[in-house]
Each structure stands twice: as structure tokens, then as C-alpha cells.
Design a protein around this ligand. Structure first.
Ligand code: SF4
Ligand code: FES
Length: 247
């Protein structure tokens, strides 16, 4: 396949940035989107140009690093798919593909497609943990967890912290991410001691980081590669109201 990519180039946080067009030739339809960018970067390096900076790590859909907006959609056109798991066969020969970074006030661009997502780390640091005694692992059956709660907690825990929900939200809200992190601990007995402080502190950290508020637009869940449901935001709001009452 021969395609053209129009990539956001921004040398540093103070640079205004601009879209730059590149021809990328002879790409296998079985190549991943990141492998296509690897081919582009090899050519740029051989030509003595600056390669396109982009985040990636596992390339298996589990680390959440490969954040980019492809043709206006966070993680690109395939539903429930991270950029690293997106393949070029979903595009056509001759396509012109726009590639941009996450755009949100709380995720400033560092360079090209790389944004600073440490705001997510600060939300996790505020309450994304449980208190457990140190020492040997407890006997597995000592704390029974109902199957439906274990399944719901596991579903919430599949959030990979990619930030696509923030990038897609017209308010730049992190509510789907925070809702997933609050739910996966709050649904199991081990998460109950910090249940109230967790939701209060994580939402405060979210506000402090500059994320916007949720207005139920629903764009977040549409682009989420792990299918985190909007219902978890309702659960987060209920937990928040309960924590406020018990303060
Ligand atoms: S909720 Fe979905 S889109 Fe948001 S950070 Fe988690 S995995 Fe990514
Ligand atoms: S590189 Fe890890 S999820 Fe894409």
C-alpha cells in the first residue's frame, strides 16, 4: 500500500505545532499502524530528519501507551482496538491519514504525538490503592467475593489508562478513567476501608489536574479500547454522594 500521512509535528511544549505530510510507500496491509510509523521514521532518520515521536511499549493492547488520534478518532477507526493493534488493512491504498496527539488541557503535548499523562498518575496516587497487612499472601478463600462482584471488578480493572476517553470528551473529562479505577477496588471487600476517602480524594485530584466535568456526552465509552461502560460513571457519582453524606 502507498499512503500519505499528515502528522502533527511539534518540537517542544512551547512550539505552536503544525501538520506535516509524508508519503509512506510499500506498506504491508498486515503491518500495524505503529509499524507503518516505524517505516516512516526509518526513512526520516536515513534522510537526516527528526523522526516522529510517539509513545508505545507493549504493542499488545495492554499498556495504554500508544495514544494518538487517527482521522479524528482516538485510537482510530476500529472499535475496541488500541492503536498498536490497529492494522493497515483497515485503510485503503492511496488514503490520506491524519495523525494527531491527544488534545486535552490536562495532557499537554511534550513532542509530536507524545503527551504528558502524569495527571492520571496523580489521580491514582490520591486513592487507587488498598491497605493490606504485609507478610505472606493470605489464604485465597479467607475473603469470599461474590462471583458477580468479582466479574464486575475485573471488567473495571481492564482499563489500561490510555487516556482515549479524555481525548474524545468535549470537556476533556477523565470521569470514565476515574470511575473504572474507583469501581475495581470499591466492588470487592478488600476495597471497603478506603471506599469513601478514595472517591473523594481521586475526584479532587482529577479536578486539581485540570480535567473537565462530565456532561454525559458518552464519547468516552465509544472510543474506549476496553469497553469500559458509562454505567460506571453513574456508580462513581453514587459513591461520591454517599461519601459526602458520611463525611
Ligand atoms: S476508561 Fe478506557 S479509554 Fe479511558 S483510560 Fe481506561 S481504557 Fe483508556
Ligand atoms: S503499545 Fe501498549 S497498548 Fe498499545
Amino acid at each position: 500500500m502507498d499512503i500519505q500521512v499528515r502528522v502533527w509535528r511539534q518540537s517542544d511544549p512551547s512550539d505552536a505545532g503544525r501538520m506535516v505530510s509524508y508519503d509512506v510507500k510499500d506498506i504491508s496491509p498486515d503491518a500495524s499502524f505503529l509499524e507503518m510509523l516505524d517505516v516512516l521514521n526509518e526513512k526520516l532518520i536515513l534522510d537526516g530528519d527528526d523522526p516522529v515521536a510517539f509513545d508505545h511499549d507493549c504493542r499488545e493492547g495492554i499498556c495504554g501507551a500508544c495514544s494518538m488520534v487517527i482521522d479524528g478518532v482516538a485510537h482510530g477507526p476500529e472499535k475496541a482496538t488500541t492503536t498498536c493493534q490497529l492494522h493497515m488493512r483497515h485503510f485503503k491504498n492511496g488514503d490520506v491519514i491524519d495523525v494527531e496527539p491527544w488534545r486535552a488541557a490536562a495532557f499537554p503535548v511534550i513532542k509530536d504525538l507524545v503527551v504528558d499523562r502524569t495527571a492520571f498518575d496523580r489521580i491514582i496516587q490520591a486513592g487507587g490503592y488498598i491497605t493490606v497487612p504485609t507478610g505472606a499472601a493470605p489464604e485465597a478463600h479467607s475473603v469470599p467475593v461474590p462471583k458477580k462482584d468479582a466479574d464486575a471488578a475485573f471488567e473495571a480493572a481492564t482499563c489500561i489508562g490510555c487516556g482515549a476517553c479524555v481525548a474524545a470528551c468535549p470537556n476533556g473529562s477523565a470521569m470514565l478513567f476515574t470511575a473504572a479505577k474507583v469501581a475495581h477496588l470499591g466492588l470487592v471487600p478488600q476495597g471497603q476501608p478506603e471506599r469513601d476517602t478514595r472517591v473523594l480524594d481521586m475526584l479532587q485530584a482529577q479536578d486539581d489536574a485540570g480535567f473537565g466535568g462530565c456532561t454525559n456526552a458518552g464519547e468516552c465509552t465509544t472510543v474506549c479500547p476496553k469497553g469500559i461502560p458509562l454505567t460506571l460513571i453513574g456508580r462513581l457519582n453514587a459513591d461520591y454522594r454517599q461519601a459526602l453524606r458520611r463525611q
